[in-house]
Each structure stands twice: as structure tokens, then as C-alpha cells.
Design a protein around this ligand. Structure first.
Ligand code: PMV
Length: 389
């Protein structure tokens, strides 16, 4: 009995921080991934990497466990292994990738009760999706019946499991809920959805033309209820000739603190919302360029975005140094993620030269292409391990 699932990390071309306020943004799945494997074990204690699982140290996995694997309903203890090549806490979506891969693994191992054969969510007797409003991924309604659909569950007739039971929307939704709770209630669905679906994700306040609309997400924050429209963009022509070179400063800066810092700055001086709106305008320009395959203009928008992020106070000297080093050989460069440390990303036609320049300035680099896979179920043996009665 073993299930393994994986999900990619991401980097952000435009719009971090502003997206939390509903402005448009674009993120790209990178080649680097996280793999999560789970096995059922005897006894009551969960294990992570062979050690006793500590819920306080791993809130993401703990929240998912309450949603998908409640011990109160008889779910057996699990042993979890996490592997991968996404550096942690550095703006590359490692926590979202972990949550997406873990939720896919748990769903594959648990299976899903359907009311009748069919792939639509209307046939689901249990689960979470953007089209379902009788279960709540964001709530704290923990307990054995969490995730079961009140009006459907008595009609459950078919149990599917393994890859068939896994759904990208569900994994993205659960991961967004986990990210929001880890970020003090303030998180856009960007990381979670990019790690689940892969490719290029566009978030906007409206449904966009020339993009495949996936779904809407909504989150109640302390100051407002925010709504995002999520879309997939196809990799434009010429996308196989440009590369993303990611430079890691090695400086650790938690996302929650950076997001709270921006919220505080705007609360103190509401005029600064103009800066957030300007990032939105730059993102719009970048999105248009991306749709047209004009990578020179995409790069220029990234560099302009960096200037605004510096003004907002979320860059840092180490990030600025790597961005400066990349500039001569790149089409554009900026920090990616929450900033304050972590990583920057450069768009370039010459990944070798850009990577060498960043390394010379003290950064550790990763190179990625555009258009990488989203979540994958790599193995599902002996499933389901367990299923709610
Ligand atoms: O640092 P990361 O990879 O978690 O990215 C955070 C992106 C923000 O826009 C700053 C926050 C968010 O929830 O979108």
C-alpha cells in the first residue's frame, strides 16, 4: 500500500502582493518539484521522514489531515516521505507544492465516493471544488464528517480511487485554504492553483478573453472579501526559446510577515493603494505582451514591476544585487514571491550567461523552462487504504 504524488514549484512573472488586493498576476510552474509518498502504518502515531509527526511544525499537512484523513472516522496512521528540489521558504511555492502533492496523495489513497458513474462534481458524494458549496475547505468544521456532502452522501454507490479520484481544482482549493490559514488569513490562490494545474496561470478581477477560464475563488479577509478569476494561458510562440533563471539569495523571509507588512503600510497610509494599482497596470501590460509572444516587452514589464516592489519595501539589498547582476544578459528581472529575501527570477534567451552573472553576485541558481506539468499521481498501489463508511 503506497501512494506517491508530486507537484511543481512556481515563480511569479508579475503581480505578487498586488494580487492579494485583487490585482492581476501571472505565475509559471517550474521544472523543480516536490514528491510526497504515503504508506499506512500500524499504531496511532503518524511519521514524517521516519520521525514522529509534529502537527505544530507541519501545519500544512496537519490541516489536510483534518480535511481528508480524520482519525476520528477510523483513518489509519500514515508514514509520509517528502523529497524534491524546490528550496524551502524562498518564494518558489514550496509550501503550496507540498500541500498540492499531499492532498493528491491523500485523495488517491482515500478514494472518492460517487453517487453514480461520471466525472462531474455533481456526482460526488464527498469532496471540495469551486462548483460545490455544501462543503467548506476554508472552515474549521473538523471532524469525521468533514468533506462529506450532506444531501448526496446517502446515495453513494461507487468508490473510485487512485488517479481517478484526484481532482486538480480540489487540490488547489484545499491548498489555498491551508496557505490562507498559514498566512494569517491573507493569501491569494496563485501559488496553490499554479502548483496544481501547472503551465501558466493568470489571475484577474474579471474573466479574461484569450485565456482558458478555470474557476473563481473567493476568500474573506479581515478588510474585505476578495474574488479572483483564475485562467490558464497557453505558452506563446517562441516560449521554447526563453528561460527562467532563478537566483536564490539564501536569505530567509517568511511570506506571512511580508504580506502583513504590506497590509500595515496601506492601512497606515491608504494613498499607497495607488502603488498596488500601478503594479496592476504593469501586470496588464505584461499579460498582453505574453499573449502576443513579445518576450522583450514581458521582460520590460518584469523590470518595471521590480521598481514598484522596491518602492513597496518588499525587496532587499541581496535581491537588488542579483537583479542588477542579471540585467545585462536578461530581458527583465525581478524578485519572485513575497520578497525580503528568497529568490529573484530573470527572463533570458541566454540562460548560461544570466546564471553565471547571478552566481558571481552570490546567488545560487536554478534554470527552468515555461509550461511545466502540474500535479501528478506517480504511484497508487493497494488503494484505497481507507474510505469513510
Ligand atoms: O513567497 P511565496 O512563494 O509564498 O509567494 C507569495 C506571493 C504573495 O503575492 C506575496 C502572497 C500571495 O498570497 O499571493
Amino acid at each position: 500500500m503506497k501512494v506517491e504524488a508530486s507537484a511543481p514549484g512556481k515563480c511569479i512573472l508579475f503581480g505578487e502582493h498586488a494580487v492579494v488586493f485583487g490585482q492581476p498576476a501571472v505565475a509559471v510552474a517550474i521544472e523543480q518539484r516536490i514528491q510526497v509518498s504515503i504508506e499506512a502504518i500500524e499504531g496511532e502515531d503518524w511519521k514524517l521522514e521516519g520521525m514522529r509527526f509534529d502537527p505544530k511544525k507541519h501545519p500544512h499537512i496537519d490541516t489536510l489531515r483534518h480535511r481528508l484523513w480524520p482519525s476520528e472516522a477510523g483513518a489509519p496512521a500514515l508514514s509520509i516521505q517528502v523529497n524534491g528540489d524546490i528550496p524551502r521558504a524562498s518564494g518558489l511555492g514550496s509550501s503550496a507544492a507540498l500541500s498540492v502533492a499531499a492532498s493528491a496523495a491523500l485523495r488517491a489513497a482515500r478514494g472518492r465516493w460517487l453517487t453514480e458513474q461520471g466525472s462531474g462534481t455533481e456526482m460526488w458524494a464527498e469532496g471540495y471544488a469551486s462548483t460545490i458549496n455544501d462543503t467548506d475547505a476554508y472552515g474549521s468544521n473538523e471532524g469525521p464528517k468533514v468533506g462529506l456532502r450532506p444531501s448526496k452522501v446517502q446515495h453513494k454507490s461507487i468508490l473510485c480511487s487512485g488517479v481517478e479520484a484526484v481532482n486538480e481544482d480540489e487540490c488547489a482549493l484545499l491548498s489555498h485554504a491551508v496557505e490562507a490559514s498559514a498566512q494569517g488569513g491573507r493569501a491569494s490562490p496563485m501559488d496553490a492553483s499554479t502548483c496544481a494545474h501547472g503551465g501558466i496561470l493568470l489571475l484577474s478581477d474579471v474573466i479574461e478573453e484569450d485565456a482558458n477560464h478555470l474557476y473563481q475563488r473567493q476568500l474573506e479577509m479581515s478588510d474585505a472579501t476578495r474574488t479572483w478569476q483564475l485562467h490558464e494561458l497557453t505558452v506563446p510562440k517562441g516560449g521554447d526559446e526563453v528561460y527562467l533563471v532563478i537566483g536564490n539569495t539564501g536569505v530567509h523571509a517568511p511570506t506571512s510577515a511580508q504580506v502583513a507588512k504590506v497590509a500595515r503600510a496601506i492601512e497606515r497610509n491608504p494613498e499607497r493603494m495607488k502603488e498596488i494599482e500601478t503594479i496592476g497596470v504593469i501586470s496588464r501590460r505584461g499579460i498582453l505582451a505574453l499573449k502576443q509572444g513579445d518576450f522583450e516587452a514581458v521582460g520590460r514589464a518584469m523590470t518595471e514591476n521590480q521598481v514598484m516592489l522596491q518602492g513597496l519595501g518588499v525587496s532587499c539589498p541581496e535581491l537588488d544585487a542579483l537583479v542588477r547582476a542579471a540585467a545585462p544578459s536578461a530581458l527583465g528581472a525581478k524578485l519572485t514571491g513575497a520578497g525580503g529575501g528568497g529568490c529573484m527570477v530573470a527572463l533570458t534567451r541566454d540562460p548560461k550567461a544570466t546564471s553565471e552573472a547571478i552566481e558571481l553576485a552570490g546567488g545560487r541558481t536554478l534554470i527552468s523552462t515555461f509550461g511545466n506539468d502540474g500535479l501528478r499521481v506517480e504511484m497508487a498501489q493497494g488503494v484505497p487504504f481507507w474510505s469513510p463508511a
